[in-house]
Design a protein around this ligand. Structure first.
Ligand code: NAD
Length: 433
């Protein structure tokens, strides 16, 4: 099939490349010319393991290209995938400006029947709006479908080629048939629904996962008070198939470009229908507060933070990505600085993105992990990069001025910590503190 993907970000680029890997002809379109130039020059504007070589082989095979010309790309295609951003507005609602603009441009470019697929995460009812916008700009026939995306950054290629399920929301038998055909080699679990249910599946899924994280973080906080170990509690819970073991890792809470914005958006979607989504509001509040536990711990250990130097390892919202949108590190570092600490930060990949978004030049960005820990009064681990686990704890002990290690992601186990003189704090494991 001939596919045009509008928006060459984490979702659009990975989806487009994976569709070409499956043998389709794909053009990935972005309005940022510099991004397309880099892609045409063999560079990949995002960090995603395995992506660069897959782009190269599919370009070589003539199935994949990159363009800024949306009009020509839409005209050439049978299927158009909208994968533009839907960031939060200040009130938490999803900003549909990019989606609506893409719909207008698609409408203007229509030259025959096409299926317009929305992969961007959009509130219930948006695909109907998209259909209206397109219909206002063309007389040509088309169908719309909601095919929400569930990939995770860092494992995006694996998730796209081997998804747990594909959800296809459409009212058109023709679109359903073509889209099932497009996805059927990926998984036997293709769920076909009406459009509104498909839109809701995405928000409900992210809200549920966020709920699991906030739940285990609250259990961790209680564990600290009652002397239980949250990793053992989570493991014991996870064997129950009704609960499952994933997303029960206590830490400093969720971040990234999806969970924070999608939970906020679902609260807004419910609110617009006069429904007060109390549970999800609490999930968001717990997550916000959880991040600051690190700061509170440091404050009490160091008797205030004014004049201290704090090393920070990890700026990305999770390992194996350069994405720092809504990363807990943004808020934690800001709170440390507000209290008078000098922050020395290191991330294997996300340093430049963090510097750009954080927008202050008071943080010292380090070239390696040792530099950030060197002569610091404490070290905080905020992202569980593999690289950090390779560093012996005895080395960290030698580099620090004071022996305080705050592990926001519970990356070390009891045995490793017992062999050192570090004063170690993790989340929900009071026996190790
Ligand atoms: P992103 O911000 O990384 O990329 C969006 C891209 O769209 C940008 O490069 C932007 O320049 C481009 N764009 C915007 N308007 C355009 C237009 N009119 N024409 C051409 N290009 C245009 O976004 P993302 O992280 O890939 O997310 C995209 C959508 O997918 C969002 O709705 C998000 O919620 C959803 N999603 C994201 C993830 C994830 O892990 N990032 C996972 C699942 C779903």
């Amino acid at each position: 099939m001939k596919i045009a993907v509008i928006g060459t970000g984490y979702v659009g680029l990975v989806s487009g490349v994976c569709f070409s890997e499956l043998g389709n002809e794909v053009v990935c379109v972005d309005k940022i010319a510099a991004k397309i130039e880099r892609l045409n020059g063999g560079e990949v504007p995002i960090y995603e393991p395995g992506l660069q070589s897959m782009i190269a082989s599919n370009k070589e095979a003539g199935r994949l290209r990159f363009a800024t010309d949306l009009n020509a790309s839409v005209k050439w295609s049978d299927i158009v995938i909208i994968a533009v951003g839907t960031p939060s507005l200040p009130n938490g609602q999803a900003n549909l400006g990019y989606v609506e603009e893409a719909a207008r441009e698609i409408g203007n470019a229509m030259n025959g029947y096409k299926i317009i697929v929305t992969k961007s995460t959009v509130p219930v009812g948006t695909n109907e709006k998209i259909a209206n916008i397109i219909a206002n700009h063309t007389e040509k026939p088309f169908d719309v479908a909601s095919v929400p995306e569930f990939l995770r950054e860092g494992t995006a290629i694996q998730d796209t080629l081997h998804p747990d399920r594909i959800v296809i929301g459409t009212d058109s038998p023709k679109a359903r048939e073509r889209l099932v055909e497009l996805h059927k080699s990926l998984t036997p679990d293709i769920i076909v629904t009406d459009i509104r249910s498909a839109e809701m599946i995405k928000y409900a899924s992210n809200a549920f996962l966020a709920t699991k994280i906030s739940f285990i973080n609250e259990i961790a906080n209680i564990c600290e008070k009652v002397g239980a170990d949250v990793t053992k509690v989570a493991s014991g819970m996870g064997y129950d198939k009704r609960i499952g073991s994933s997303f029960l890792k206590a830490g400093i809470g969720y971040g990234g470009s999806c969970f924070p914005k999608d939970t906020q958006a679902l609260v807004q979607i419910a609110g617009q229908m006069d429904y007060d989504f109390k549970l999800l509001k609490s999930v968001i509040e717990v997550n916000r507060d959880q991040r600051l536990n690190v700061v509170r711990k440091l404050e009490s250990l160091l008797d205030g933070l004014a004049g201290t130097t704090i090393g920070v390892w990890g700026l990305a919202f999770k390992p194996d990505t350069d994405d720092v949108r809504e990363s807990p590190a943004l808020e934690i570092i800001a709170a440390l600085e507000r209290r008078g600490a000098q922050v020395k930060a290191y991330d294997p990949i996300a340093g430049d993105n963090f510097r750009e978004i954080y927008g202050s030049n008071t943080v010292i960005y380090c070239d390696n992990a040792k530099e950030a820990a060197w002569q610091s009064d404490a070290l905080c681990i905020l992202t569980e990069w593999q690289e950090f686990l390779q560093i012996p704890l005895t080395d960290i002990e030698g580099w620090l001025k004071l022996p305080y290690l705050i592990d926001g992601r519970n990356i070390y186990d009891e045995g490793q910590v017992a062999n050192t003189n570090l004063v170690y704090y993790s989340v929900g494991r009071p026996g190790m503190n």
